[in-house]
Design a binder for this molecule. Structure first.
Ligand SMILES: [Zn+2]
Length: 157
């Protein structure tokens, strides 16, 4: 959280974001985030948008994977809402769906963590985490559900 808040503050009124890394436990019910990355050099930061630097993210992810002896892997993304609450926007849902639909994805139910600041410029950052679920296919196509996750913050050791 300290690292996330620092990155969020650095970009001020503009959105920023990065990757969440760690592992799944308890039959994939628990998502353990052990690390985060910041935005790549070519990420685009807008007041109401954030576009990741995918090439840089991929390199960074491989570096983390190797350093952790294969224990830490991609769990999802995080980004900020400097002027809004930490709820999923329409585009956030779309992005999470496309991550979940990505063919051969190692992470079938990715997480999106949002740091919101609905109270305005100097209020504190409030994190909310969302996880996508794909329900069984129906005649109407795939149906997706976005569930808020309970967040427990542990002290770094
Ligand atoms: Zn968003």
């Amino acid at each position: 959280m300290t690292a996330l808040e620092k990155l969020a503050e650095e970009k001020g009124p503009q959105e920023t974001g990065g990757l969440l890394v760690g592992y799944f436990s308890g039959d994939d019910k628990d998502v353990v985030i052990t690390g985060i990355t910041g935005p790549g050099p070519k990420a685009q930061h807008g007041r109401h948008s954030f576009c990741p630097d995918y090439a840089s993210d991929r390199v960074e992810m491989e570096r983390i994977f190797e350093k952790s002896d294969g224990l830490a892997w991609y769990l999802g993304d995080w980004h900020t809402h400097p002027t809004g609450h930490a709820y999923l926007s329409f585009l956030d849902r779309k992005a999470l769906k496309s991550i979940a639909k990505f063919e051969g994805n190692f992470v079938p139910r990715p997480i999106m963590l949002i740091l919101g600041r609905g109270g305005g410029g100097t209020s504190s950052w409030v994190p909310r985490a969302w996880r996508i679920y794909r329900l069984p296919r129906t005649i109407f196509g795939w149906i997706w559900r976005f569930d808020e996750q309970e967040i427990t913050i542990f002290d770094a050791t």
